[in-house]
Design a protein. Structure first.
Length: 484
């Protein structure tokens, strides 16, 4: 078990770094956006990204999840056939989508971004098609356990996006249009450079209706699941726009973006988690292994949550030369960060339960759980936003993710029971609750924040989170490290 967990940890570290690099550009650009844009301008950009997040799921229509499963389990021409079938299918639907957006750009811009933003809709369509197409070579690299190549493309995407934003937004002052134009060029460059990877795996002669039907049979139930997932993550922005204004959307989105630091780590783990449990399969001891991994992952994410709770308010006010990390107009958004991050910790608990769905081929359970979460999220947003504004939206997001994880456990334990280590999970929850209570009911100071940062890991150790074997292993590692 230790050997397998170490292998997953190594893969997670590399894939996680790649995912963090790919998504870190949005965080690195926050000082630029929050100091140059008004909350209303940032609200428009946030709505644009929300639309892209929703449509990237629709344009994949479950093909990515199905290809991952079939590609790992196939070999030779069969593997090339599945890849080619998926690639051509996504290309055809992507081009059709881009043409429709171009034709009806003004009609779509009104409800989605605001009137007069038709050109921005065209940018979004181009970005989406390019991102869908270069995601398949990335998926192939993951399936073939080539994390360094995956990391290289992520680094390229970040470098291009940052550089182009500095030119178009900072120097040329093109505003929201400059930010999206940067994405168009960066996505186009990565698509072109990843194209040889796709071409080496394409074999058009192996495209078949039978393979397409197999991909769709497994993948299509992930489409409603993906739509529900995007509703959970993005509906709050549009409900805020409906019930308040774009200025409020901008403030909320700025805080939400920092909350997704948790999501970066969670999805970095998930990139390695999928290939790992698919290859592990139904081997003896797999459920126990998955349970142990769950304890380690949630304990680690708990530490990250405490650090975010304590230090995000300091980060927002951090001086970067003449400006702060966040512009002063956005400082009040810090209040929603812990709630968003806690919601994504619940999302990690949901992802840890995916082995049963894939190994027993029951994707409809994902749709059921995500549907319940999405419905709860929308309902709570409509209920809480009028009374509590952005904070109500954050509460709705947090509760819906936690509810989804619990419901998913109730559904999947029937088809693939995993013996979770409930004692350890209770210690994690107790340590998190204690840290949150002390943060809420004690006076703010640097010493308090430093103490709380150490309290969580100390609480786990003192409560007996580690087993005797784990403590012995850590003592041996520390002793070896001190000798070296």
């Amino acid at each position: 078990m230790l050997r397998q967990i170490k292998a997953l940890s190594a893969q997670t570290l590399i894939y996680g770094l790649g995912h963090v690099l790919a998504r870190s550009v949005t965080f690195l650009l926050l000082p630029l956006y929050t100091n140059l844009f008004t909350p209303a301008d940032y609200g428009v950009l946030s709505l644009a990204y929300a639309f892209m997040g929703f449509m990237i799921v629709v344009l994949h229509y479950g093909m990515d999840a199905a290809l991952m499963k079939r590609y790992i389990q196939a070999e030779g021409l069969d593997r090339a056939g599945y890849f080619s079938t998926a690639w051509v299918s996504l290309l055809i639907t992507g081009i059709g989508f881009a043409l429709l957006v171009a034709l009806f750009r003004e009609e779509l811009a009104g409800p989605l971004l605001g009137r007069g933003n038709g050109r921005l809709m065209v940018y979004l369509a181009v970005i989406l098609v390019l991102d869908v197409m270069w995601s398949l070579p990335q998926l192939a690299l993951r399936s073939e356990n080539r994390p360094l190549a995956y990391l290289g493309f992520s680094l390229l995407n970040v470098t291009l996006s940052l550089g182009l934003n500095l030119i178009f937004v900072l120097q040329l002052r093109l505003g929201v249009e400059g930010a999206l134009l940067s994405n168009v060029i960066a996505s186009g460059a990565v698509f072109l450079l990843s194209l040889p990877i796709a071409l080496r795996r394409l074999n058009l002669k192996e495209i078949s209706k039978d393979r397409w039907r197999k991909l769709m049979r497994f993948g299509l139930p992930f489409l409603p699941a993906g739509i529900f997932a995007m509703l959970m993550e993005l509906a709050d922005r549009y409900i805020l726009k409906l019930l308040t204004d774009v200025h409020t959307v901008g403030l909320y989105s700025a805080g939400y973006k920092l909350g997704t630091l948790m999501l970066l780590v969670v999805m970095g783990f998930n990139l390695a988690w999928h290939p790992f449990f698919l290859k592990q399969g139904d081997q003896p001891g797999s459920p126990r292994l998955f349970a142990r991994i769950g304890s380690y992952v949630l304990a680690s994410l708990g530490l990250l949550w405490v650090l975010m709770l304590v230090w995000v308010p300091h980060l927002l006010r951090l001086q970067l030369g003449p400006v702060s990390f966040y512009g002063p107009d956005f400082w009040q958004s810090a209040a929603i960060v812990p709630w968003i991050a806690l919601g994504y910790l619940g999302h990690a608990a949901f992802l840890l339960q995916l082995p049963g769905v894939f190994l027993r081929e029951q994707p409809k359970l994902v749709a059921l759980a995500r549907g319940a979460g999405a419905g709860t999220n929308v309902g709570l947003n409509l209920l809480l936003i009028p009374a509590y504004g952005p904070l109500g939206a954050a509460w709705a997001t947090c509760f819906s993710f936690l509810l989804m994880a619990v419901l998913f456990w109730l559904l999947t334990r029937r088809i693939y029971p995993i013996p979770y280590e409930w004692g350890r999970l209770a210690r994690i929850a107790g340590s998190l609750g204690l840290a949150a209570a002390l943060y809420r009911f004690t006076d703010a100071s640097l010493w308090r924040d430093l103490g709380l940062s150490l309290l969580y890991p100390a609480g786990l150790l003192l409560s007996g989170f580690l087993t005797t074997d784990e403590r012995s292993f850590l003592r041996r590692r520390f002793s070896r490290a001190s000798r070296d």
